[in-house]
Design a protein around this ligand. Structure first.
Ligand SMILES: Cc1cc2nc3c(=O)[nH]c(=O)nc-3n(C[C@H](O)[C@H](O)[C@H](O)COP(=O)(O)OP(=O)(O)OC[C@H]3O[C@@H](n4cnc5c(N)ncnc54)[C@H](O)[C@@H]3O)c2cc1C
Length: 509
């Protein structure tokens, strides 16, 4: 039995939702992964009379495709989609059977309208929480459009192929064998990348808003709900709805919810925001803000949105270490997400730059997978909590270097080492390794504001107790502000404050 009893019970319920017959075509050999795959296919088929299994020969073995009877959909799983990819398998079964996907009709129409041949391959790891979104988006595209196919490839099961195609981060997507993109991508982002995005002129012609929120993380979502509940015209424009929460695995401090996961919380946030008829504009990046009669926000697409008030909630992003090699080898050995990319470094030597909580947590996590971890801390002591340090120092395959400055990440086509300088003696060391995880905190996404609103020397927007900035009518909330603590509930609280502040401003002006 491949599936445990709990998962099997859940799956049985989902399989009752199948709307048509599904054929699993399995290409299997005699290896262990093939045996697991065959066992999984048989187990699933044994749970529903709508599912049958056929043996076939596919370009990769072991792999299997999920098809309608008499019609190949182009959805293939190379490797056994358990772990984080189990949901992708369940959704593929349901959607191939004819069950409607939970995406906007406009997105479905966009996918169906794509012409041409698009053969996607996505390299994933079963422990990557960023991968299922990409796999599910590409699967849906291949189910809806006969010109599109998608193969999910488990990098651990196809290690040689992953290495020969220089995959060093997951998810990594290839389109028609060419590199397409890496990291989490929404279906809208994928569509925009293949030239099927929303029409920019539609944005320019929008009526002015009462409240326009720039940024769609927890702060922006909360501000949008609070504003829309006042019955005023509310818009939210964001590069990526969900913000950092999309990159978060487990969340255990979202008060009243004992445990949730980032993408799940983001899905609820989006559903909640849309319930109030908020105009959500995704995949749009603000590049300029100017106060005239109304406040204007210019987007990188060229469109200009107008509003009586604006709430800035553009959050923060991973801080770069800023040394030679970091940008050149990003996704070629330089990584930022240990949960996602750790498994690609199985049996290899890696470094973690940063000895705070996130760096030490990453090192502990990685030590269970990789051969050896070197932690590089700039200060004379680690900054992580004592309990984490104790655990770190108990691990046999971890070396901690304190008071060192990273000078360069070296390599030719991928990372082969790191050079650091001992800050006390000035001596330089080069460590041979294959991966570098950068874990040195966050930087606010406020560069686009230039000197329009007052910011601290760290770039954080200065706000008062009503969330108001130095420009009347412009408010700010969340991680992009000078709030001392950066957390989901804090961002949501400040989003609500900024929305109420904006409403108060509107009724007084
Ligand atoms: C790995 C990780 C784990 C975490 N774990 C937890 C946890 O367990 N619990 C917890 O409480 N907090 C956690 N946090 C912190 C928490 O995620 C943040 O505090 C919170 O997301 C901040 O919300 P925000 O809305 O202010 O900003 P963000 O979440 O950063 O959202 C910013 C939004 O603005 C958009 N944006 C940025 N620039 C522009 C632009 N120019 N134009 C348009 N849109 C733009 C982004 O696309 C995004 O939609 C974690 C953070 C990380 C990175």
């Amino acid at each position: 039995m491949v599936l445990d009893a709990d998962i099997k019970a859940q799956l049985e319920q989902y399989l009752q939702l199948l709307e048509g017959d599904v054929v699993l075509k399995v290409s299997a050999g005699t290896d262990a992964v093939s045996n697991d795959m065959l066992a999984l296919a048989d187990e699933i088929a044994g749970m529903s009379s709508r599912i049958s299994v056929e043996r076939t020969q596919l370009p990769r073995t072991p792999s299997f495709s999920v098809n309608r009877v008499g019609e190949d959909t182009g959805v293939t799983f190379a490797g056994v989609p358990l772990g984080h990819e189990f949901t992708s398998l369940v959704l593929a079964l349901l959607q191939v059977s004819g069950r409607a996907p939970k995406v906007d009709q406009s997105v479905i129409d966009q996918i169906k309208g794509i012409s041409g041949e698009y053969h996607f391959e996505s390299f994933i790891s079963l422990t990557c929480h960023n991968c299922p979104d990409v796999v599910q988006a590409l699967n849906l595209m291949s189910i809806l459009n006969p010109g599109i196919t998608h193969t999910m490839i488990d990098g651990a099961a196809f290690k040689d192929e992953a290495e020969s195609r220089e995959v060093m981060a997951v998810p990594t997507v290839f389109l028609n064998r060419e590199f397409f993109g890496s990291g989490r991508m929404t279906i809208e982002e994928i569509l925009a990348k293949i030239g099927s995005g929303p029409d920019v002129s539609e944005l320019t012609n929008k009526d002015p808003y009462d409240v326009l929120i720039v940024g769609g993380g927890p702060a922006g979502a909360s501000a949008a709900i609070y504003a829309a509940r006042k019955g005023i015209r509310t818009g939210i424009v964001a590069e990526r709805f969900g913000g950092q929460v999309m990159d978060t695995l487990g969340i255990e401090n979202f008060i009243s919810v004992k445990y949730t996961e980032g993408p799940k919380l983001v899905a609820s946030l989006e559903e909640h925001v849309k319930q109030y008829g908020v105009d959500v504009m995704k995949l749009q990046r603000a590049k300029r803000l100017e106060k005239k009669d109304l406040i204007e926000v210019e987007l990188e697409s060229g469109a200009v949105l107008k509003s009586k008030t604006v709430i800035i909630s553009t959050g923060a992003r991973w801080r770069n270490v800023g040394v030679p090699g970091e940008i050149e080898f990003k996704n070629k050995g330089v990584a930022y997400c240990p949960h996602c990319d750790g498994p690609l470094f199985t049996g290899k030597d890696v470094a973690v730059i940063g000895g705070g909580n996130s760096g030490v947590e990453a090192a502990i996590d990685l030590a269970g997978i990789v051969k050896h971890v070197t932690v590089l801390e700039f200060m004379p002591e680690l900054k992580a909590d004592a309990v984490l340090q104790k655990r770190l120092y108990s691990l046999p395959n971890v070396t901690v270097l304190k008071n060192v400055q990273t000078k360069e990440i070296t390599g030719t086509d991928k990372v082969d080492g790191i050079t650091c300088v001992d800050r006390e003696t000035g001596s330089e060391h080069h460590i041979e390794l294959q991966g570098v995880f950068v874990q040195i905190g966050l930087v606010p996404n406020t560069d686009w504001l230039a000197d329009t609103v007052e910011r601290t020397r760290f770039g954080e927007i200065v706000v008062d107790s009503h969330g108001a900035t130095s420009i009347p009518g412009v408010f700010a909330a969340g991680d992009c502000t000078n709030s001392p603590y950066k957390q989901i509930v804090i961002s949501m609280g400040s989003g609500a404050t900024a929305a109420l502040g904006a409403f108060d401003y509107l009724i007084r002006n």
